[in-house]
Design a protein around this ligand. Structure first.
Ligand code: NIG
Ligand code: FE
Length: 439
């Protein structure tokens, strides 16, 4: 058995529980002081610490009795005998903050090339749909992804995962969607599959064949959807290459009826459901997500009151992407209203070569605080347990509790407020994945 001890933790801050946190529970974090974590064979075996410490008790902090503490052993460390000789690895947190590893619940990180030339078009006033309409945007990346070999895509994607992990991300979702034909969609999903085997990152694969209408089906989007549902989706299921399906429900891409057919076919085959909804125009994507019980609806910049009610009723997580609003120069999704309605809010990078060429989830956290007006506690929930639950990993990832995987970040900060406040630097000091130091 391998045993790791993380000792000398100044503050341990974590959401608690394996469920999506909506409403007031979005801002409920447990804080322990003078803490230590014991990890055995990758799984948290014990957490020790005290409920009171020298640090300030910030608003949103809970007292000892307000959460079920059954998975946290709240005793003063002095009362516990932790002998360093019993451990294979001892990591000294040097009095710093420790949180769960972050989970990035929405990425498109397998792609060929980049689209830096679009910057000049943007500066000249072209917007996202103008570029797509002119055959650029997603279609440009489709051409480059089709031209790239498996090995090229694998190496490039692997380096993205390394960079994400160095920024504190220990789990992520990855969508296909730049192949848009059988061989190239499967190539991307096989890259993801190989990375699941080779890379320490926990990865959740999503099939997004309905990301755009490919050239070969120009003007025949409905036929393309039929082909995806009847041919490609069943093959992907059979080969177990994805857990979720996702569709870009948007003006000039896939309308509500096409999105519905695609998601219903996915549901019949046993996939979980995700949807790109209300990114630019509200054409009914959120309502559809709620109706079909999708695990997440993503973007939601233009969401309506009816859309929010549908998410609440369907228990669908709002996967918000504030760095995309920033990069597209759009407004920001109404995150506070969603929290007030009881919708669980998650935040992700949306890393892709067009609308968000950044994989930095720390930046997402900063923007989430400043533009969505989320508190640091709500932000932590939005980048840990909520996205983990929206990707069916809530039982294993997303909180620091006994029985969960030993994935954590030691920060170059003594409290989480500092992590939300400093921006532009990487404050992740040490990233631990299943008890093993990664960076
Ligand atoms: O989530 N909106 C659709 N898909 C991506 C962008 C893809 C691209 O521009 O390459 C998004 O923003
Ligand atoms: Fe996206």
């Amino acid at each position: 058995m391998s045993k790791t001890l993380i000792k000398n933790i100044g503050t341990l801050q974590t959401p608690v529980g394996s469920y999506s946190h909506g409403g007031s529970s979005q801002g409920e974090n447990r804080k322990l002081f003078n803490a230590a974590i014991v990890i055995e064979d990758g799984v948290i075996a014990a957490i020790h610490g005290s409920d009171s410490g020298s640090s300030d008790i910030h608003s949103g902090n809970l007292d000892a009795n307000s959460l079920d503490a059954s998975n946290l052993d709240v005793r003063n460390l002095d009362a516990i005998n932790l002998d360093a000789d019993d451990f294979d690895t001892v990591i000294d947190a040097e009095g710093m903050l420790v949180t769960p590893g972050l989970f990035d619940g929405h990425t498109h990180l397998v792609f060929g090339g980049y689209r830096q030339h679009e910057l000049a078009m943007k500066l000249a006033g072209a917007d996202y749909l103008d570029i797509l309409r002119a055959g650029g945007g997603i279609m440009d990346t489709v051409r480059k992804t089709r031209a790239a070999s498996f090995e090229e895509l694998y190496e490039k994607s692997k380096s993205f995962l390394d960079e994400m992990m160095s920024l504190g991300v220990t789990g992520c979702e990855i969508k296909s969607g730049y192949g848009l034909n059988r061989d190239d969609e499967i190539k991307a999903l096989e890259v993801i599959h190989k990375l699941q085997e080779d890379h320490p990152m926990d990865i959740v694969p999503t099939f997004m064949g309905a990301h755009a209408v490919p050239e070969e089906y120009k003007g025949r989007g409905g036929e393309y959807i039929d082909w995806l549902c009847d041919e490609l989706m069943p093959e992907i299921k059979e080969r177990n290459l994805a857990e979720y399906v996702d569709v870009f429900c948007e003006s000039e891409v896939f309308d509500r009826e096409e999105s519905k057919r695609y998601l219903e076919a996915g549901k019949r085959l046993g996939f979980g459901l995700k949807i790109h909804a209300d990114e630019i125009d509200a054409i009914g994507g959120s309502e559809l997500a709620g109706e079909l019980g999708a695990d997440s609806a993503e973007h939601l910049i233009a969401i309506t009151e009816e859309g929010m009610n549908a998410l609440r009723d369907g228990q669908t997580t709002a996967m918000l992407l504030p760095a995309t609003s920033f990069y597209l120069g759009k407004t920001y999704a109404p995150a506070r209203q969603m929290i007030e309605k009881g919708i669980p809010v998650a935040m992700a990078s949306d890393f892709n070569p067009g609308s968000c060429p950044s994989l930095n989830l720390q930046l997402v956290m900063n923007i989430g605080c400043l533009k969505y007006k989320l508190t640091p506690e709500e932000v932590l929930t939005a980048v840990t347990i909520n996205p983990a639950c929206a990707c069916n990993r809530g039982d294993k990832l997303g909180t620091l509790e006994v029985g969960k995987q030993g994935d954590l970040v030691i920060w170059n900060a003594s409290d989480f407020e500092t992590v939300c406040y400093r921006f532009g630097s990487n404050l992740a000091k040490c990233v631990v994945k299943a008890g093993v130091i990664q960076s």
